[in-house]
Design a binder for this molecule. Structure first.
Ligand SMILES: Cc1cc2nc3c(=O)[nH]c(=O)nc-3n(C[C@H](O)[C@H](O)[C@H](O)COP(=O)(O)O)c2cc1C
Length: 260
């Protein structure tokens, strides 16, 4: 339909990068476009931490579960929910020191996520590639410490950035009709659920079985289908409970859970 649509439809997560720097000039243009993202009350309650320093990225590798793109991409960007900056201004203006609660954290996380995706799209429009890393939130405590985040600043999303050195296949999405509800939420019956996931079951399973390490994991664990891969291997209840504790402890430490 237009160039923006075309580019959005060509999105692929990029995990392998050329050994080529992204110039500060280009990066600045991307960031300038990206910060035009909507933000709650135009407060821009986020910070964008651009990490090019390889030594620092090497230190961050473990927190990112050793995902090689952390050090192999030339740039790592961490988007933090941030009410610290605003609160410094409030203090200097004799204004009430608000924004120390869960709602504020949620607002700041939404702002951070929206700006991250705007920056991702701007980057992709000039031929760069990105890959989000959920490890940013799962290890927000370690990453926050390594990046020197003060109170009311929480790393929530992050991605690697650089010139792609791979051209991955498209990862199919669920049918649009299963994602969009008209007027009100239409719940799914058992047959519909089967249909929603039928293509995903086949393609996802095929993908796992084509990668030797993943195939071995599937075979050794005895999981039988893709839903079990998601819940018994990739995103176990135990792992998510552990990350939940990391996040809630960090929110408490960072001052976002003030309740009185
Ligand atoms: C919040 C978030 C966290 C993600 N975390 C990871 C990650 O830790 N490692 C990774 O390789 N991909 C990660 N991804 C990328 C997804 O796996 C990817 O977007 C999805 O499989 C669809 O593929 P595509 O982006 O190539 O279309 C993440 C994506 C999002 C949005």
């Amino acid at each position: 339909m237009n160039a923006v649509f075309d580019q959005m439809k060509k999105h692929r997560s990029i995990r392998k990068y050329q050994d080529r720097d992204v110039s500060d000039e280009l990066l600045n243009s991307i960031l300038e476009a990206g910060v035009m993202a909507s933000s709650s009350g135009n407060m821009q309650s986020y910070s964008i931490i651009v990490t090019k320093d390889k030594t620092l990225r090497e230190k961050m590798l473990g927190a990112h579960f050793n995902q090689s793109m952390v050090t192999e991409a030339p740039v790592l960007i961490t988007f933090c929910a941030d009410f610290h900056r605003m609160r410094l201004w409030l203090e200097a203006s004799s204004a009430p020191m608000n924004f120390d609660n869960l709602m504020s954290f949620m607002i700041a996380s939404i702002d951070a996520t929206l700006v991250s995706q705007n920056i991702a799209l701007a980057a992709e429009s000039v031929g760069l590639g990105i890959c989000y890393m959920g490890t940013t939130l799962a290890s927000c405590d370690q990453i926050g410490d390594l990046l020197g985040c003060p109170s009311h600043v929480v790393p929530v999303v992050g991605f690697s950035l650089g010139y792609p050195d791979e051209a991955p296949e498209e990862r199919k999405r669920l049918p649009l009709s299963s994602l969009v509800h008209h007027d009100t939420y239409k719940d799914y019956g058992p047959e519909e659920i089967k249909n929603v996931y039928s293509e995903r079951e086949i393609l996802g399973w095929k993908r796992y079985m084509a990668i030797p390490e993943l195939r071995q994991m599937v075979e050794e664990s005895g999981v039988e289908n893709l839903a079990q891969v998601y819940t018994k291997l990739k995103y176990t209840r135990e792992s998510h409970l552990e990350y939940s504790k990391t996040v809630s402890d960090y929110l408490l430490r960072s001052g976002f859970l003030h309740t009185v």
